[in-house]
Write a protein of this length. Structure first.
Length: 271
């Protein structure tokens, strides 16, 4: 049985599409179904029009948006066809609806068990950069963030970033299909938790069917947790996304923000 029965793999027509499809294939196994989604931009929803004075400029921008969207769609199609030929996956299909690139993807992903998207990169276009957050907040499904250098070999050793929050608990539950087949699971906590929250040791003890251990860092941020996971040889991170507000994370620098921009391995997030 696959870890997830149905998954949406969101393509953007960039070099990350192959990594996204490869990761989706890992989750699907031989029985899961992959719906690759490459949303074509609807210029009306993407280009703002401000008054009559901006109408002419907006019309020109719409033409540019539409042309760029066609080019991205063609690249996504090419990447999908090449991956399907290479993998031999006959249960995958490609959809290219017209809509808002991030909002439409998040809505359509609600009918899947998990969403696979590329981890945002500095060189990405704004719409692509917003895609991961849109799916995390708008789909109601767990999101697997995949680095551009990702491979299908993940899930043998899993790190769970645990802080006792609702989002962390949700992520842990959403990852059970992967955790059940892992060789090792490491529950990582940084600093002291609220005394009412289940601690890392309690979470590790609950996962009695797999080899689970707990480690508590004296203190630390996203970089410290990521370093501890890398030191342990973990190839997948499971965590809650934005346990604090997005504004607070952006100002103070949070674990979610760090993993979204810097993670070297796939990250399964839930909100």
């Amino acid at each position: 049985m696959p870890a997830y029965a149905t998954m949406v793999a969101v393509l953007t027509g960039s070099v990350t599409d192959e990594a996204v499809l490869t990761a989706a294939g890992r989750l699907a196994g031989t029985d899961g179904r992959i719906q690759a989604l490459a949303v074509r931009s609807d210029p009306v929803r993407v280009v703002p029009i401000v008054g009559e004075a901006g109408a002419a400029a907006a019309a020109q921008m719409m033409e540019v948006v539409e042309q760029q969207s066609k080019e991205r769609a063609a690249r996504a199609r090419s990447a999908f066809d090449a991956w399907r030929t290479k993998s031999g996956n006959s249960r995958a299909e490609l959809l290219q609806p017209v809509g808002h690139p991030s909002e439409t993807a998040a809505v359509l992903a609600r009918n899947a068990d998990i969403v696979v998207v590329a981890r945002p990169r500095q060189e990405d276009e704004p719409l692509a950069a917003n895609l991961a957050e849109a799916c995390l907040f708008g789909s109601g499904r767990p999101v697997l963030l995949v680095p551009s250098t990702g491979s299908a070999a993940f899930g043998k050793s899993i790190a769970v970033f645990w802080n006792g929050s609702r989002t962390a608990a949700r992520a842990l539950g959403d990852a059970q299909g992967l955790i059940a087949t892992a060789e090792n699971v490491l529950i990582l906590t940084a600093g002291e938790l609220n005394e009412e929250f289940p601690n890392a040791q309690a979470v590790a003890a609950r996962l009695h069917r797999v080899k689970a251990t707990a480690r508590v860092l004296p203190d630390g941020d996203g970089a410290a947790l990521a370093a501890a996971a890398q030191e342990a040889g973990c190839d997948l991170v499971v965590m809650g996304g934005y346990g604090h507000s997005r504004v607070r994370e952006m100002i103070l620098g949070g674990v979610t923000r760090h993993m979204m921009t810097s993670a070297a391995v796939p990250v399964l997030m839930a909100h």
